[in-house]
Write a protein that binds this ligand. Structure first.
Ligand code: A3P
Length: 337
């Protein structure tokens, strides 16, 4: 795998100085490279630590990550929704949840859970929100989310024959950066675009380097297309219905002709649209269990907004770093218009 390729400027994926089984990482945290300049989204500050080439919140490594690797037991019917932060996770959660639960909660239903709960309450992050007991108690087919890089997922999920399915949503790094910066500014108002940009370019942000996070999942989707579905946010925006159908098919709950004729697909797309979710009371005034206002997950939801916040020079610099890092891998962020 070419995942350790980096340009000289971005040094996010250099190896950690010490190697231990993932379940034992808590014991070596003080030895891992430290980054304190990227703000934390949670109530308690949590610096980042570089582990196996990625910058992960210390709090996750100490808590959920260790639990996931020591006592979480996946089932073959599990679906994992994966993403780098600010890449369309909330949307993917809403779509997957609405598709999987449509027999009990038809999208036309006036009190559909997505009308009362934020998508992050419907689909939890397994390394952040769930104890092993809560994960165990979820009814099958379980759908949970993760921001962990592919290489940091438990082998019990990624190994051949696990039966688990992974859906990844990828976004243009420039838009992911701008979305991340604006999101972080809500909790840390003095955080400037220049600071965010410099750290992002070095891979020094939660889950970074972003392009290596994406690359690992893309490579996995090429190797194991039946187990890993790779989606692009920009393409989903262009053709939401065809992507929802693909997603449902992949999760093992494809839409029947009758459902399509009855408008179920378009009703789910509508229910999960940014406009609809944004106007729901829970998403206007609710707060999630990390203390973040639900409204912060819904902003513009377009492709190309980076150009309103980054200079052309910044964009070129990031493009060069990403291009260098991806050279020879076969992956590119460019999508056909
Ligand atoms: P912008 O900040 O560019 O608007 P995540 O869910 O991974 O945190 O990503 C957040 C980004 O997805 C934000 O992008 C947000 O506006 C956008 N988003 C949230 N819900 C969406 C939806 N239902 N449809 C499309 N985009 C959505």
């Amino acid at each position: 795998m070419a995942s350790n390729r980096l340009s000289e400027e971005a040094e996010g994926a250099s190896p950690s100085p010490v190697t231990v089984p993932h379940a034992k990482v808590a014991g070596i945290i003080p030895l891992l490279p430290l980054e304190t300049r990227w703000p934390s989204v949670t109530r308690d500050p949590s610096p980042l630590r570089q582990y196996n080439g990625f910058w992960i919140p210390e709090m996750i490594l100490k808590g959920g990550f260790t639990a996931v690797h020591s006592c979480f037991e996946p089932r073959p019917s599990d679906v994992f929704l994966s993403s780098f932060p600010k890449s369309g996770t909330t949307w993917l959660k809403a779509l997957a949840f609405a598709a999987l639960k449509r027999s009990t909660h038809p999208p036309f239903e006036g009190d559909h859970p997505l009308r009362h709960w934020n998508p992050h309450d419907c689909v939890k992050f397994f390394e952040l929100d769930l104890s092993a007991g809560e994960f165990e108690a979820l009814p099958s087919p379980r759908v949970v989310a993760t921001h962990l890089p592919y290489s940091l997922l438990p082998d019990s999920i990624t190994r051949e024959g696990s039966g688990c399915r992974i859906v990844y949503v990828c976004r243009d790094p420039r838009d992911a950066l701008v979305s991340f910066w604006l999101f972080m500014r809500k909790v840390s108002p003095s955080f400037t675009i220049q600071e965010a940009f410099d750290l992002f370019c070095q891979g020094r942000c939660t889950g970074g380097p972003q392009w290596l996070h994406v690359l690992q999942y893309w490579e996995a989707s090429v190797r194991r297309p039946d187990s890993v579905l790779f989606l692009r946010y920009e393409e989903m925006l262009r053709e939401p219905e065809s992507h929802l159908k693909k997603l449902a098919e992949f999760m093992g709950c494809g839409f029947s002709k009758e459902e399509e004729e009855a408008g179920v697909v378009s009703a789910i797309v509508e229910l999960c649209s940014l406009g609809k979710l944004k106007e729901m009371e829970v998403n206007r005034n609710g707060v999630n269990n990390w203390g973040t206002k639900n409204e912060t997950f819904f902003r513009k939801g377009v492709a190309g907004d980076w150009s309103n916040h980054m200079t052309p020079e910044m964009a070129q610099r990031l493009d060069r770093i990403v291009e260098d890092a991806l050279q020879g891998t076969g992956f590119t962020f460019a999508t056909s218009a």
